[in-house]
Design a protein around this ligand. Structure first.
Ligand code: TNX
Length: 512
């Protein structure tokens, strides 16, 4: 028999005492994880986080080191400071991050094991490890400090996502969002294991990305926004910084240049892009569907080639979004011709095309993805043409829809989306003829006609975003609103600690 040392006994008694006094939770299954993991097994004891707790990282991966840095910053908020150290072998205590192949957990899976002395997070890749860290962070109590001993419940979480694409969109064209604001949005996505940020970079009201070969796009086209405010744009250097910030959080940026409609800002910047050769005035209203590039001028395709070439050079991710929605003043045949040509340009630069569901009217290239937002017929036509589908049904997943008629921001053309309505649906059964095999994942778009900065956006984004993250991550049989709302209720304090101005839906039993 092993000898039990006095100090071990005292420590064990202390844990027991703490557990009995209901101060610490030793049942890992009680943690309000969002998204809900595949499996959680509790072992009923506790790991103590101390000032001296070290985060060890398996050597050889820059990305792991970055993830460790993010974890250290979070734990450091509690402990004052937490040290990170690379190692060639697993340690016997502390927190250890490593990558380990595991066929059972798939590409982005992880296992989080919280023992009494050692917490191990093994991801099947660096992304998996990052997700394991997010899960671990959700076990930390909110607003704690080491003035009192801090314990985490022990056990094992094994986890992997339902869908490979779990995203949100931010419309930085209707209202410009600063680099810092977009980083905050990225942070929100990262908390809930989302891995794609779609940036709507151009629209009638503004062009937001520097294109060196067409400088007037930003000199003129970025000057304003909805309501006539200042507008703005990202220089290529700034945009690279965003891409890196996202990549460090395992998030891919999907840039969108919306065309041939939603192009007034470009049409105001360059007269030659208009069929009549006359530059348009800048636009600060919120109408849609009145602008189009001139689809039968060669200069249009030279323009697009230049724009996409520069954009691709800034884009490590697989996708370029070509918009394609609401081109109401482009004749049908012109639209089809245009989308066919633009898809080829994207392909020439080695990227995959995503477009709003209208692009299904064109001949789709092999690896095209149709983003379902409104039209079932377009979407099923896309599937018949061999396309994949990204699910963003406006009536369920639009972050810019109001919660109810009293919501201070948002629109309601697709209906009101209370928190339960946004959560309670299954991408794989929503549209007849579109099944799980066709779907790459889900995306929740935030259009910004009614919100002009991140604080206003937060009201629409929270608390719905975690629900969309869970739809993307957790299998439908594991999801139900009644259980979800009690988990979500516990995240209210987390939102507050992060300074997030969220909508306090009456449907959620928020914890005080
Ligand atoms: C429709 S959704 C649009 C956007 C608007 C949005 C407002 C889509 C592909 N087009 O241009 O901003 O409605 O909810």
């Amino acid at each position: 028999m092993k000898k039990i040392t006095v100090s071990a006994l005292v420590a064990a008694l202390f844990v027991l005492f703490q557990a009995c006094s209901e101060k610490i939770e030793t049942d890992l299954t009680k943690t309000a994880f969002i998204p809900k993991p595949v499996s959680i097994a509790a072992t009923g004891t506790a790991f103590e986080i101390k000032k001296s707790t070290v985060i060890y990282v398996q050597e050889g991966s820059e990305q792991l080191l970055h993830t460790a840095g993010i974890l250290a910053a979070e734990i450091g908020k509690v402990t004052g400071q937490t040290r990170v150290q690379t190692v060639s072998e697993a340690p016997s205590k502390g927190i250890y991050l490593a990558i380990q192949e595991n066929d059972d957990l798939g590409k982005e899976g992880y296992e989080l094991n919280i023992g009494k002395k050692l917490i191990t997070i093994t991801g099947t890749n660096a992304a998996g490890c990052f997700y394991g860290v997010q899960t671990l962070l959700q076990t930390l109590p909110v607003n704690t400090s080491l003035e009192e001993p801090l314990y985490l419940a022990t056990g094992t979480v094994r986890d992997y996502p339902e869908y490979g694409y779990r995203g949100a969109m931010l419309d930085v064209a209707r209202h410009f969002f600063t680099l810092e604001e977009v980083k905050q949005y990225i942070d929100f996505l990262a908390l809930y294991k989302m891995n794609a940020l779609h940036l709507h970079l151009s629209d009638d009201q503004g062009w937001r990305i520097e294109i060196k070969s067409w400088p007037k796009l930003t000199e003129i086209g970025a000057q304003t926004e909805v309501g006539g405010g200042e507008g703005g744009f990202y220089t290529q250097e700034e945009y690279k910084e965003l891409v890196q910030y996202a990549a460090d959080r395992q998030i891919m940026i999907v840039p969108e240049i919306d065309m041939p409609g939603h192009t007034n800002a470009a049409l105001a910047s360059y007269a030659e892009l208009n069929c009549d050769g006359k530059a348009r005035d800048l636009y600060t209203g919120t109408e849609v569907g009145f602008s189009t590039l001139c689809t039968d001028k060669e200069v249009t395709y030279e323009f697009i080639d230049d724009v996409l070439r520069e954009l691709v050079a800034l884009t490590p991710g697989d996708y370029i979004h070509i918009g394609g929605d609401e081109s109401h003043v482009t004749a049908h045949d012109d639209y089809v011709y245009f989308v066919n040509r633009v898809q080829k340009i994207v392909g020439k630069y080695g990227k995959k095309v995503i477009g709003w569901d209208e692009i299904a009217n064109a001949e789709l290239v092999d690896d095209a993805t149709v983003q379902f937002w409104a039209d079932v017929k377009n979407t099923t036509m896309g599937v018949e043409k061999g396309a994949k589908v990204l699910m963003s049904p406006a009536a369920r997943a639009y972050l810019d829809m109001q919660y109810d008629s009293t919501s201070q921001y948002g629109l309601h053309w697709a209906g009101y989306i209370e928190v339960d309505h946004g959560y309670n649906w299954d991408p794989a059964t929503l549209v007849e003829g579109v099944t799980k095999e066709n779907i790459i994942g889900i995306e929740a778009p935030l259009w910004s006609e009614t919100v002009s900065n991140i604080d206003e956006a937060e009201y629409l984004v929270f608390p719905r975003l975690p629900g969309y993250a869970e739809i993307g991550w957790t299998a439908p049989v594991e999801r139900n609103w009644e259980a979800y709302k009690t988990r979500l209720a516990k995240h209210g304090k987390r939102f507050e600690a992060l300074g997030i101005d969220y909508y306090k839906s009456k449907l959620v039993p928020w914890e005080e």
